[in-house]
Design a protein around this ligand. Structure first.
Ligand code: PLP
Length: 348
């Protein structure tokens, strides 16, 4: 890396740092002991997120993984089965928590860029039969991280919902990046959330907060059970209002600007398309995640990542010859153009 060069970090939208204004909101937060339910800022955030999602209540938790795992815990019994797409965060990136913490097995169905249709979901539901494992929950992810930031069409969700209602199976939405889908489609968050018994949401991705996720539901008893398991899992925090304040600030100031991340992602994808070594479908870049291939390059994926880093651009290798770049709050359009120049130079 050249001395004095600032890294353009496209590894993930989790690398954002709280802005000065966000830190000010955190410093000024009114706080209390949230295990006693007495943190006014946490309560305000929970109410705000519940309202945004059109749900009766929401529970603040440290991470998106915990929000997803609390949902699985409250919807299932040990020995049951949860339907999820093969590349889902719940399947790939949560350390097998569904098995370890809830004692359930995951029934993985392969999607097209992470999305599955109602027919595949219906086929995966086990018959009600004393021989077969019981299907207890259907999980969807919107936007889909492993699928490349794909947006679930609302019509597909509606068809899956009809199957789930017919078979009396609850649905959970991993909405870590739901606001990216909301921004891209201009559909209200509640129009997605209405089809799910529980919805998780991350404040620490594109929204730019340092930590925090929420689990929302219309079922107050279910939220109270999740609150008990949050304690069991070590996620009950005390003066968590300093984090909730960052979340409230993010919801107020960092949702509309996600459009800039999406525009930047498309801008980068169009530039990458002109580099012969790269295979990319810019039309598949729907939100802030860009997945592309560099097939048959002389450098192995890890060496290619290192060569880009040497020139000041950080990305992730995501298996095979695929790579992932993610745009976010801390990457300007100017930095995107600089990154595109680096890709062109390194892959020449
Ligand atoms: C990041 C992410 C999560 C949660 O991640 P944490 O790091 O535990 O907050 C859940 N689902 C998806 C799709 C994600 O991208």
């Amino acid at each position: 890396m050249h001395s004095g060069m600032t890294l353009i970090d496209l590894r993930s939208d989790t690398v954002t740092k709280p802005t000065t204004a966000m830190r000010k909101a955190m410093a000024q937060a009114d706080v209390g002991d949230d295990v006693y339910g007495e943190d006014p800022t946490v309560n305000k955030l929970q109410d705000a997120v519940a309202a945004l999602l059109g749900k009766k209540a929401a529970l603040f938790v440290p991470s998106g993984t915990m929000a997803n795992q609390l949902a699985i815990r409250v919807h299932t019994q040990p020995g049951q089965e949860v339907i999820a797409e093969s590349k889902a965060h719940i399947v790939r990136y949560e350390q097998g928590a569904a098995a370890a913490l809830s004692g359930v097995q995951l029934h993985c169905i392969p999607g097209d860029r992470g999305l599955v249709g109602a027919d595949l979901v219906e086929a995966a539901i086990r018959p009600s039969d004393p021989h077969t494992v019981r299907t207890a929950l259907i999980c969807l992810e919107n936007t889909h991280n492993g699928g490349g930031g794909t947006i679930y069409p609302l019509s597909t969700i509606e068809r899956i919902r009809a199957v789930a209602v017919d078979r009396r199976i609850p649905m959970h939405l991993d909405g870590a990046r739901l606001f990216n889908a909301v921004t891209a489609t201009t559909l209200p968050a509640a129009s997605y959330a209405q089809h799910f018994e529980t919805v998780s949401l991350c404040l620490s991705k594109g929204l730019g907060a340092p930590a925090g996720s929420l689990l929302a539901s219309n079922d107050l008893a279910l939220i109270e059970r999740a609150r008990r398991f949050r304690r069991m899992y070590g996620g009950a925090m005390r003066q968590a209002g300093v984090l909730a304040a960052a979340g409230l600030y993010a919801l107020e100031h960092h949702v509309a600007r996600l459009k800039t991340d999406h525009d930047n992602a498309k801008r980068l994808a169009r530039r990458l398309q002109h580099i012969p070594a790269i295979t990319i479908s810019p039309q598949h870049v729907e939100t802030n995640i860009i997945v592309f291939d560099v097939p048959g390059h002389r450098l192995a994926p890890a060496a290619l990542v290192a060569a880009l880093k040497q020139e000041g651009v950080l990305i992730n290798a995501v298996g095979g010859t695929s790579f992932r770049a993610v745009t976010h709050l801390d990457v300007s359009t100017e930095a995107i153009d600089q990154a595109a120049d680096v890709f062109a130079r390194v892959l020449r």
